[in-house]
Each structure stands twice: as C-alpha cells, then as structure tokens.
Design a binder for this molecule. Sequence first.
Ligand code: GDP
Ligand code: IMO
Ligand code: MG
Length: 422
Amino acid sequence: MDIVLGLQWGDEGKGKFIDLISENYDIAARFNGGSNAGHSIERNGKRITLKMIPSGIFMQDVQNVIGTGTVLDPVSFKNEILNLKKFDETLKPEKNLTISKKAHFVLPTYKLMDVFMEENPAYTTIGTTKNGIAQAYSNKILRQNVRIGDMYSPDFQERVAHILGRDYQVLSEGGMELPSLESIREEFFDAVEFLKQFNCTETELFLNKALSEGKTILAEGSQAALLDIDHGTYPYVTSSSTTASGACSGLGISPKKIGEIYGIAKAYCTRVGNGIFPTELFDELGEEIRTKGNEFGSNTGRPRRTGWLDLPALRYAVMINGVTQLVLTKADVLSGLKSVAVCTHYELEDGAIETNAGTLPENAKPVFKWLDGWEADFSVMKDSSALPKELKEFLVFLEEELGIPVGYLSTGPGREQILKMK
Ligand code: GDP
Ligand code: IMO
Ligand code: MG
C-alpha cells in the first residue's frame, strides 16, 4: 500500500495528484475525515471538488473505498454523487465505490451542533468547516454513534430518531434557531435510502484479500499533518488521524504493508480556520499569493491565509509520517518574485533554536532564508530540464533540508501539469 498525505494545513493538492497516479493502482481508499475535505480535480478543462469520494473515482477500473476511519454524511454524499454524475455522465460510482460498514454516520444534528459550538462564546472557536466532523468522531469515541452497517438493522430508524430528538432538545434549549425535526429526519432517511444502492461491506477483508492477491492500494489522506488530532496544532485541528499510521488504522491494514509515502506540500503555506501560523504574511504579497494561487477554500470558499514555507513544521511532518517522496505543488504561483523566503528555524524566547517543531511555539520568531526567485511559463512545461535554474536550486535546497527526494513537481492545477523528477 502506498499513501498520499498532506504535510501542511490541508489543500496542498492531494486530489490532483491522486487523480493522476491512481491509474497505476487497483484500489484507491480514503481512510480519514469526512465532508470537511475538498479535493479539487481538473479534467478536460472542467473542475470538480470531491469531499468524501476518493479521487480515484474517474478511473473506472480502479475500485474506490471509503474506509472505516471516515465519517460519512449521507445527505452530503448524495449531493456529491449527483454532482459527480453531472460532471461526467459516463461515470458509474455504484460500480466502483465500496463503503466500509464500520465507518460512522454524521447525523444532521451533528452539523447543527458544530454551527452552535462555533457561534457560541462558551466554546473555543476553531473555524471548522461546519460539517459535524468533531461531533461524529466524539460520538464514536463515546460509543453513542451509529455506523454505516447499522442502516440494515430493523431498529436503525428508532436509534437515529432517538439521537436526533435528544440533540434537538439540547440545541433548542441552547436557543438555536432550528429547521423542523421532521424535515431533517426526512432528508436524512431519504439520503440513507440513496446510500443503500452502494456496496457496503467489511472493507478490511476486501482490502487485505486484494493485497494477498498481489493487487495494489493507494491510500488517500484528507486534511494534513498539522491538522492531525494528536500531532497537529491542537486545538485548532480536525478530529481524525491524518498521518501514515492513520492510514493503517483507518483501513485495517498492517504497517508492514506500507510502500511509498508521498507527502504533498505547497512551495508556500496556507491555512483556513483559526490557529497558529508563524510564517503568515499580512501584507500585499500575502494577498497576491492568495489571488494568484486561487487560495480560497475548496469546501467553504473562505479565503485561505497565506505565508512562507515553514521548514521546522515540514521536517516534523516528514518525520512523523516517514515520507519517502515529496510532491511539491504551486511553485508556479511564486513565479515572477525576485526572491522567495523559507523559514529554516525558529528562535525561541530564551535564544534556543528549534528546527523541528510540531507544537509551533506561540512567541517564537521564524528565521527566514531568502533564495533567488524564478520565472517561467509553467503552462507549457513538459520536461524538468526546462525548469529555471533558481527553481532547481530551490528543490535541491528542500531535498537537503528535509532529507528526502522531490519525486514530483506540480506545475499547475491541470491533470497533465506535473513533472516526474526522480
Ligand atoms: P487538496 O485538498 O489537498 O486536494 O487540495 P485542494 O484541491 O483543496 O486545493 C489545491 C488547489 O490548488 C486546487 O484548486 C488545485 O486545483 C490547485 N493546484 C494543485 N496543484 C497545483 C499547482 O501545482 N499549481 C497551481 N497553480 N494550482 C494547483
Ligand atoms: P483537505 O482534505 C484545509 C480545517 C478547518 C478548521 C479545522 C477543523 O481538503 O485538505 P473540521 O471541519 O475538520 O472540524 O475543521 O480543520 N480543515 C481543513 N483545512 N483542508 C481541509 O481538508 C480541511 N479539513 C478541515 O478549516 O480549521
Ligand atoms: Mg482541500
């Protein structure tokens, strides 16, 4: 099993890369998260954003799996499938998509609770995507949730109605304006009926059987290392395991089966939502990168915060994931800048130096190295030998600093805009 992971705060370009390389695999499997993800893919000049559906879905010969470590909102899933079919009428996701029976449901009141907590001053505001992700995972941990396989049980409706009614009461007592309980219940059960046309199975058995038959699996991460529930910038994180080990637990596959671990990183940093961001740019250049890089959330449309590449954070992400190859995206966005900064380390208050930082220290000073900028027409670049000398030097610098090779350089949002480097 090979794994694709985000190494920063999400939106590094995982979807685009997976769409491209999944054709080399038999199976593409999402292992964490839910509809909080937004993986944008450009095909034939058209653009689509996938939230829950694995990015291998366009390859009809690739079997796609929504794994056990995910949380699935059937209402959002139904919309996504309908949207996908509009995008490409030839696709038949009922045939090449399988869902884990052990994945957990996101119920409609979880989304309402997410909004309630984000807007209520009694709670820390995280800046979530309001998809009910934390509520689904916390109910899972509390062992109060329903799983996909439960939808076949005779008491499913009753169990869900009980949870909805209980949450609804808490929210209305909290003073939240709510849609009618009847309407959310109806919408949910209607979407569950839609979900039943998909194959729902013990995906652990399916995946391990496939491996024993010599088939290949590409695991697709959503979110990224710095948003990981354990290793990210807590509490401003998501609620799932976004790392390589999360791929193993989320899919039920042994760590012994891992091959390549592709880590995706932008040539700069972005972040949506709240939380520390030491290299953030607040000036015109930050705005320019946002505009040129189209840095607006694929999922919520929120403007992404922008800043320089952060090596201490990236070293940490490479370390905890055991990344074997870096896939660098969006260097084209920085094209035309005279010089480009990279944070090489932090200086702490007591003068100590931090070069590998998962817990980014609040008042640490990022220290930057300035490198020569590059300029090129990336829209026509077909060969790495045509890369400008300054960008080649930038890549060598990253390889030396991170101790891993740059395997691919993405040169634009389009499917074909990628260079294999090694
Ligand atoms: P994901 O969540 O990691 O899949 O990333 P998103 O799709 O949320 O955000 C990445 C954005 O950058 C999308 O709009 C992609 O189309 C776009 N993109 C990906 N790679 C590149 C690249 O190398 N250059 C440019 N300019 N855009 C890219
Ligand atoms: P992809 O897979 C970027 C962020 C939210 C918020 C925090 C918690 O497209 O890279 P949540 O809704 O998960 O409870 O929000 O995590 N976040 C993402 N940021 N890309 C994502 O996914 C994200 N998924 C969640 O903005 O700060
Ligand atoms: Mg995204």
